[in-house]
Design a protein around this ligand. Structure first.
Ligand code: MG
Length: 270
């Protein structure tokens, strides 16, 4: 073989040897986030955002358990997905009007205090705290501040214990500004990772299809050293795609299936 070609070949092999372990490493570990807790089981009574669903996620050892938080008119934080309960807007009515409402497994809607009491029992489970959008910036500011106060009260204001997600850019910005060192992931698809990083937000949590539509966004997030999460990934083929891409977290209603997919793909579950 010609000397020059040989040198070029050796150089190419050397570059590949450096690159390969790096790309493999990036895909080797990920965390499963149980979407609205591990609700999809008998023990939780199939009740999303219930204390039982949080407990089941903790007991099953998933990396994280996601939950949705809303604020009532008298500033009580409750764990509930929708902005209204049976047509009654949560932020316009006081807590007394919601306190007796039963969710699917017979629990009442958890207050943040009740929920965090359960949260702190398992230090290994990350609390993935979603702040639902409210009507204006002032209310959202109060909601963010109160959320921080509550976490502090329960000894959970720690980046190892809680991370934040929201569709509200305003709240993501406020959280990022107030809590440096904590992970804050934006849920909407309206902003690129680059645009979010410029606002000081250090994570993205996109619908998994967003990564297919905007093919450069995953790398863009990585270039900006952001954490990457994907929701709500319930089909095995989509799970595989996300794990192959290299997400840090995968948010799913089917956490046991995600665990199986990871085993099959030899990806370490965090
Ligand atoms: Mg949510």
């Amino acid at each position: 073989m010609h000397m020059k070609r040989l040198i070029r070949l050796i150089r190419l092999i050397a570059i590949m040897m450096v690159m390969l372990p790096l790309s493999a490493e990036a895909q080797k570990k990920a965390g499963i986030v149980a979407h609205r807790g591990f609700w999809n089981c008998e023990e939780a009574g199939y009740a999303k955002n219930s204390i039982a669903a949080l407990r089941c996620a903790q007991e099953a050892g998933f990396w994280g358990s996601e939950f949705d938080v809303n604020m009532t008119a008298d500033e009580v934080l409750i764990v509930y997905h929708d902005s209204d309960v049976e047509g009654k807007k949560i932020e316009k009515h006081p807590y007394t009007e919601f306190k007796d409402f039963k969710i699917r497994n017979g629990e009442t809607i958890p207050t943040i205090d009740q929920f965090l009491e359960q949260g702190k029992k398992y230090p290994e489970t990350m609390l993935v705290y979603e702040l639902k959008g409210h009507s204006c910036d002032e209310v959202e500011d109060r909601f963010v501040d109160l959320s921080i106060e509550k976490l502090k009260e329960h000894g959970l204001l720690d980046p190892e214990r809680v991370m934040f997600i929201s569709f509200s850019l305003h709240m993501c910005e406020r959280l990022a500004a107030k809590l440096p060192g904590f992970t804050v992931q934006f849920l909407g698809s309206s902003r690129s990772p680059q645009a979010l990083a410029e606002k000081g937000i250090n994570g993205v949590d996109y619908n998994h299809q967003v990564f297919s539509i905007n093919k450069k966004w995953y790398k863009q997030a990585r270039r900006n050293k952001m954490s990457v999460n994907a929701w709500t990934v319930n089909e095995e083929k989509d799970m595989e795609k996300m794990f192959r891409m290299g997400v840090d977290q995968l948010t799913t209603d089917q956490p046991l299936e995600a665990r199986e997919v990871m085993k099959r793909m030899k990806i370490q579950e965090l």
